[in-house]
Design a protein around this ligand. Structure first.
Ligand SMILES: N[C@@H](CCC(=O)N[C@@H](CS)C(=O)NCC(=O)O)C(=O)O
Length: 223
């Protein structure tokens, strides 16, 4: 059955791979599953056809036969459960991989997203610098124990898993802030994730769309 995901017609990040379709592409590449992509504009994301798939009008979505999913974590979990490559065989190790998926999305990502909010939504506020400093400290408070737990290990719990896929994806969002470089072991962990051939294929696929020249603006009628 064909797998179809949705992605931005043109990602606001210009192809840095930070839009969440990259996480789903990466999971599908790790699992060796071919997929098709339906590109959606910001306007189309809020229209009925897309809202039927995603009640919040966002990307990514995942369709396979009768099944339609939204929420990146649920999509990656589904792919990991159905195909080899993202979950260990041992049931307890699998439960820990799921734990790291939740930790990435639920505990580490929220303060990281706050940095994006301060910079791009609240950038004109007089208190921006003060709030940014507070939020950056909240991020450090997550990265310090994460780095301690990772230690010298290659991945969070034995072999690479869907937990690492989401944790690396979440940490990648920090790169523009420079905060990741304060934690060299985490920066190296992210680099290991990015070096995986499956990540490289996922990144290249989204870049091919987002780095392509923009279509010409429609000509206005002179009449
Ligand atoms: N919790 C959702 C978040 C989805 C999300 O924020 N998607 C962004 C792109 S990465 C989006 O569609 N933004 C446009 C919008 O919210 O209008 C998930 O993990 O899938």
């Amino acid at each position: 059955m064909t797998i179809t995901i949705t992605a931005f017609e043109r990602s606001p990040d210009g192809g840095k791979g930070l839009a969440r379709d990259t996480r789903v592409r990466w999971a599908l590449e790790e699992a060796g599953q071919p997929y098709e992509v339906r590109l959606v504009s910001f306007r189309a994301m809020k229209e009925a056809a897309h809202l039927a798939l995603h009640p919040f009008g966002q990307i990514p979505t995942f369709e396979e036969g009768e099944l339609a999913l939204f929420e990146t974590g649920a999509i990656v979990l589904h792919i990991a459960e159905r195909h080899p490559g993202l979950f260990p065989a041992d049931a307890n190790a699998r439960a820990r991989a799921v734990m790291w998926m939740f930790a990435a999305l639920n505990t580490v990502e929220p303060p990281i997203l706050e940095i994006v909010t301060v910079k791009f939504v609240e950038g004109d506020k007089p208190w921006k610098a003060e709030r940014l400093s507070l939020v950056e400290d909240r991020v450090r408070a997550r990265l310090t124990p994460l780095a301690a737990r990772l230690g010298d290990a290659e991945w969070l719990d034995g072999g690479f898993s869907a937990g690492d896929l989401l944790m690396v994806s979440v940490l990648l969002r920090l790169r523009p802030s420079g905060l990741l470089n304060e934690f060299p072991s985490l920066a190296a962990y992210v680099a290991r994730g990015e070096a995986r051939p499956a990540y490289q294929r996922a990144f290249a696929a989204q870049l091919a769309i987002n780095a392509a020249p923009a279509p010409p603006a429609p000509l206005l009628s002179a009449g």
